[in-house]
Write a protein that binds this ligand. Sequence first.
Ligand SMILES: Cc1ccc(-c2noc([C@H]3C[C@@H](O)CN3)n2)cc1F
Length: 329
Amino acid sequence: GTGTVTASPYPAEYDREYLSPVSLGTPAQILDLDFDTGSSDLWVFSSALPKSQTGGQTLYSPGNSSTSSVLENHTWSIRYGDGSGSSGTVVNELVTIGGISARRQALEIATQVSGSFTQDAASDGLLGLAFNSINTVRPTPQKTWFDNVQSSLAAPLFTVNLKKAAVGLYTFGAIDSKAHTGSIAYAPVNTKNGFWQFPLTGYAVGTGKFSNSSIDVIADTGTTLLMLPTNVVDAYYKGVKGAYYDTEYGAMVFPCTAKMPDFIFGLGSYRGSVPGSFISYGQINTSTCYGGLQSSEGLPFGILGDILLKAQEGNDGTWSTFEIGLGKP
Ligand SMILES: Cc1ccc(-c2noc([C@H]3C[C@@H](O)CN3)n2)cc1F
């Protein structure tokens, strides 16, 4: 079959993350999870957390589910790109998304979460959509929900259609022909690091010339911003009057009044564009704004986060959006 679930941006004006409803256990406990194509653990806030580490999230309670069973002597512990993290124990549970069910899904119960998760009231946990090889459950790594439901999907793929300040969709098992115009561009995925990793074929800034260069990136719905090599970032902000590197924030900032050029990227022969307005991400004070494009210096690849994934491109007045089709086409 095929399953579709909403992806709602939070907070409304910042699209910092996108939350999707997931049904856990029997009777159903519905939690809003951050689907993350950059990791492979499905973990939830739970009744096993100290109250001091919760902050309004919906807590999954295995004791209230007749279909949960403890995965004895298994634990997990994960660290995200921004240094936040969580850890805990594991149950097997019924997990349903958009009507598609995995009966014995390894569901990771948090017994500890770091402060930024506690403070994020909107997210009840994460659902990893990268490859099994980077799952952190030990001694036996567990499979992702997407991997477990392959046999019940009409096609072994999912698409991501995130939107700016609007509700988007994750679709499992089908490519929605209504959600794209023209032909689909494919890129060869290298799964050796466990991510949806592929090469961009170059970039351009605004109406400038396209620079052909192979740039290794991952598609990462769990990252808010667009992170690319320093030479690309420098080339972009050369086109932004008054932009500078703020050592306090460790980031490129610029006057909020600056005209932001669009950012063009190559995927095969396809050319996609991120509106300049998306790259003015938020105010750090009355006159200075924070860049939605930052350097990936120190990382083994660039990160195509939500700033790029939510981009839309108008053609003949209609709006087509980028969908990242992930799977064996
Ligand atoms: C508070 C909080 C912190 C981090 C993240 C987070 N989720 O996905 C990711 C990226 C980075 C990489 O680790 C995998 N994908 N980061 C989510 C949060 F709610």
